[in-house]
Unconditional design. Structure first.
Lengths: 119, 119
DNA sequence: GGTCGTTATATTTGTCCGGATATAACCCTG
DNA sequence: CAGGGTTATATCCGGACAAATATAACGACC
């Protein structure tokens, strides 16, 4: 590509990758961030607020993920201390760790391609 | 990941990558396919029909791509033989070739990650 | 037992993108 | 000079998806 074809302003590669289940999506960047926030904040509603995401959407995503695995990624508690809460199960923590690593490898791929583009 | 966490049905990786310009997207899989169809069929409307894409959308995409480069990727002719037509410029052919190669490398990356997932 | 913040869920509202539609301009061909 | 198929462009309309809203249930804690 390069100078001949494109404008002076640099073009940037970008991309997304995700894990697709049999029915709907299982894991992606948005879902990953949601899990990370839940792990830190201990609540679906707090996580949603921190991401300026509607609670409904956040809850739907959690339900979707939990429905696709044997052991849920997020366990919830209604009522009780502080009114309730949510936290990651060991399975959830493992999924987060693995997908974070995958994202890192993908970023490296993207960086390599960007270098090839500009080189 | 693997057997412990996920259902029996295999999950599969999927992803997209694209080239982002300063204002809007410059190149992606959809735009690539559109260019390929234009190259073969010699017409924007024919290409759109072959992809079951509305002519409006196809034309918008072509205009977007042409607006972001010095020399257009697609040259068009209104009126004339067969009422007009469209074809790829050398610049357009080069972009198609390069992005096809990129897509191939990306598919390889995806395959490697899928192997790691199932391995 | 009242309070509180959360999960859980349904329903309504709103917004945005794409498709459909319409029409003009173009120019080779017969 | 009329016809035909395409590019070029504006406008209207609907459906999908997200957000907002509403409400019930829950259970520890004071």
């Amino acid at each position: 590509m390069k100078e001949l074809l494109l404008a002076d302003v640099p073009f940037r590669f970008d991309g997304r990758l995700w894990l697709e289940g049999p029915t709907d999506r299982f894991m992606g960047v948005g879902r990953l961030q949601l899990l990370e926030h839940i792990a830190v904040l201990g609540s679906i509603s707090q996580a949603a607020k921190a991401m300026q995401m509607s609670y409904k959407r956040a809850w739907d995503l959690v339900a979707s993920m939990n429905a696709q695995v044997r052991t849920p990624l997020v366990q919830t508690q209604t009522g009780g201390k502080r009114g309730g809460g949510a936290s990651l199960t060991p399975a959830g923590q493992q999924v987060v760790a693995e997908f974070q690593a995958l994202q890192a490898r993908f970023q490296a791929f993207l960086a390599a391609e960007t270098a090839r583009l500009n080189g």
